[in-house]
Design a protein. Structure first.
Length: 453
């Protein structure tokens, strides 16, 4: 489902504040100002009790930066006037972007907000005598913090989507840049480390410490680039295990001073090094074919990876009890563009359409070019209404887009969309057939429309 935009979030927040009597807002702001230090203490004590939060927080950080920052956040959050709401929204967006940048899980932030609300409820119960005022104040605190969390989460999601796109771009860049020369360079680097090791052993420079593979030229490339670019590949696990065995076990054999153990250790290291070289060759050979999974014209994914993606999403849906949607998107009357303006113009339209579809989706979604003027979107973590709204908005975005042809010629286009929500069936072909049949109905019902299958 697409996110609310910033202006809509601001309007929702303003409406919530306007529903709350001014004297109630002022009473809550006074309570927060009085107890902000204790509230911040409670928030971070609770957070630090969570073992997951300890990965991101430390007591020293709390003392030096986060505790005062939380007090300022609480004060600014509740001591706000309606005409200053834009600034408050901007502040929550900045906080959400920081959370995304340092990769603090949203569930930790939401959990902390829940405990913070409970602490504020207790202060309201103790500090406000009138029962009606207490009720209004409790609702105000709940809604107000929820709105702050919604704005933060919106900014977090947008930033995370952007980060995911950057991550994918980097991984693809890492995978496809000069693989042939990289193979030779790293083969040479691995051999250099091996030669340096042999020299250190032969010259009896054992007291100075033997060169570790992880610290070598090859080791630095592997840990800082290859392990990231090829994350998840089985060869990566095996190379990592072989390198750890060399550095943590076999080098100790060479440092023992026992000639027999040294000879055995050298043989084992040579075997492990050859194994690493073979695994690296296999990895880079397979990577050299990855560009075949990209459509050469639009740079979108092509059919090659579609079964892999769908099967993975089916498995994720099974484990998480979430759903995904498949949208078949076809440009209406595309043949007339080729006939009237030429195939070069048609290619330009396809490239621009690919960019529009890519911009319209989130970082976790997938966009494929199936061939010709037909595209496919896998919309992850959605539901019937969310996927339908996405498809309707996509129709609108295409209608409003000006497509530039050769020269200064601008044209407007429409698309037809066949939409289906995965229903739990394990065969991905069944989902594709339903989307294709829905697209067929959309084309034959007048085009520029969404049909659901």
């Amino acid at each position: 489902m697409r996110h609310k935009d910033k202006s809509q979030l601001a309007r929702d927040w303003q409406a919530q504040l306007q529903r709350t009597p001014v004297d109630v807002r002022q009473a809550v702001a006074a309570l927060v100002a009085e107890h902000r230090a204790a509230l911040a203490d409670h928030f971070y004590t609770t957070m630090l009790d969570d073992p997951h939060a300890n990965l991101f927080l430390s007591n020293e950080q709390v003392k030096q930066r986060l505790h005062p920052s939380m007090q300022r956040w609480l004060t600014s959050l509740f001591d706000v006037e309606l005409d200053a709401l834009d600034g408050l929204v901007d502040h929550q967006e900045r906080v959400g972007e920081i959370h995304a940048r340092v990769d603090i899980p949203v569930n930790l932030v939401l959990g902390g907000a829940r405990h913070l609300k409970q602490a504020l409820y207790r202060e309201i119960a103790r500090g406000l005598e009138d029962e009606v005022t207490r009720g209004h104040a409790t609702i105000h605190v709940s809604d107000h913090i929820d709105m702050a969390m919604e704005v933060m989460s919106h900014a977090y999601s947008v930033a995370s989507d952007r980060n995911a796109r950057t991550e994918e771009a980097y991984r693809l860049f890492s995978l496809t840049q000069s693989l042939g020369s990289e193979r030779e360079r790293q083969r040479s680097a691995l051999l250099d480390w091996e030669n340096n090791l042999m020299y250190a052993v032969a010259s009896r420079h054992l007291d100075e410490g033997l060169p570790r593979l992880a610290s070598s030229e090859f080791g630095l490339w592997y840990h800082h680039k290859a392990a990231h670019a090829f994350e998840g590949a089985p060869e990566i696990q095996r190379i990592s295990a072989a390198m750890a065995r060399i550095d943590e076990q076999l080098l100790l054999e060479l440092s023992s001073g026992d000639n027999d153990r040294q000879l055995t250790g050298l043989g084992d290291i040579r075997d492990a090094s050859r194994s690493i070289q073979l695994l690296l060759n296999d990895l880079l050979e397979r990577a050299s074919g990855l560009e075949a999974g990209r459509d050469s014209l639009t740079r979108l994914l092509n059919r090659k990876f579609l079964p892999v993606v769908l099967n993975r999403e089916i498995e994720l849906a099974r484990r998480s009890n979430k759903r995904f949607a498949v949208l078949m998107v076809d440009i209406d009357y595309f043949k007339t563009i080729n006939d009237s303006h030429g195939h070069e113009a048609g290619d330009q339209v396809l490239q621009q359409m690919a960019g529009l579809l890519d911009r319209s989706t989130r970082g976790g979604d997938y966009v494929f070019r199936l061939g010709g003027e037909e595209f496919l979107i896998v919309l992850v973590d959605t539901d019937q209404e969310g996927s339908r709204l996405f498809a309707e908005r996509l129709l609108q975005r295409v209608r409003q887009e000006n497509f530039l042809l050769s020269g200064d010629t601008l044209i407007n286009l429409t698309v037809s969309i066949g939409l289906t929500l995965h229903d739990g069936h394990p065969d991905q072909q069944r989902t594709l057939r339903r989307a294709d049949e829905a697209l067929y109905r959309a084309k034959h019902a007048g085009r520029d429309r969404v049909e659901i299958g």
